[in-house]
Design a protein around this ligand. Sequence first.
Ligand SMILES: *Cc1c(COP(=O)(O)O)cnc(C)c1O
Length: 354
Amino acid sequence: MEITLQRTVAPKQKPDENSLVFGHQFTDHMFIMDWEKGAGWHDARIVPYGPLPLSPASNCLHYSQETFEGLKAYRTAEGSIQLFRPQENFRRLNNSNERLSMPKFDEDFALEALKTLVELEKDWVPYGDGRSLYIRPFMIATEPNLGAHSSTEYKFLIILSPVGAYYESGLNPVSIYVETNYVRAVRGGTGFAKTGGNYAASMIAQDEAARAGFSQVLWLDGVERRYIEEVGAMNVFFVLGDEIVTPALQGSILPGITRKSVIEILKHWGYKVSERRLSVEELSAAYDKGEFTEMFGSGTAAVISPVGLLRYQEKDMVLSGGKIGELSQKLYDELTGIQWGKRPDPFNWIVKVC
Ligand SMILES: *Cc1c(COP(=O)(O)O)cnc(C)c1O
């Protein structure tokens, strides 16, 4: 499929890099293609960034047939632009599409479209340390029909947003509590899919956490309410003695690409990593024995997010003395080193754009 290009006639002033707020500013162009039952994908195009004409009866607005991804483009010291494991994002988007009963797309074509768009917008990739161009591919159901069934029309879009360093003042530990009231997902549901509905269901917990002075909540499984799942938009890791534990993927957890990369790096370094069930009681007991010493989240936005305090009911567990844990720092340096091209890429994760 050919990608047509309609250039903007009114390029925007680039924002001041020092005042970038996550997801607020967008580049000059976006990618779109359309799907209709019978016709498949067509009309791949790069057009000026702007509002979408959308029927108020569009399926996505009522029944949430929507999926998305998040990745970044990085500027290296040499001035080239590169991506981190983008094929994984498109594979996951198709997995999400399957669960949401939405059409799949050609992953190689999507990567070509993404590279074309990023190259066109290369001047929008920030220069400063830790800053990057956030990439948001997403799909929405657009059939104008209030019937509650799978849409017969969809749009696939990619929009780009320059973002600052997640931690402008350096890596910082966050405080988290174990959520005992709400649940995010259950096995058989949509927890493993990157879809807006999962977020809609978790906003209330996020808002309550923010009001209580916490940055996130740690979700427990939706059935027994005992087993650790994940945090907001991050997977989680725990250092328990000489074992590094992350919850196994059993359908209710988002299979993070950062999670997968952390596991691969840790194994490469010779650590003992387990993907298994981990109950909150086990964590609490390990803390009392002095074996639970470090916790961190992993996700594209923050890369590695050290946790300084974990609260479970009345119990406060202070980790790594409330400071950045040793392993968190080591992983952060390695991952960001690979992403920005400052360190070797032994796993061949980097895809060059230009
Ligand atoms: C995107 C996301 C993650 C992190 O995935 P990465 O691929 O590492 O960015 C974790 N949990 C949820 C719920 C997510 O949406």
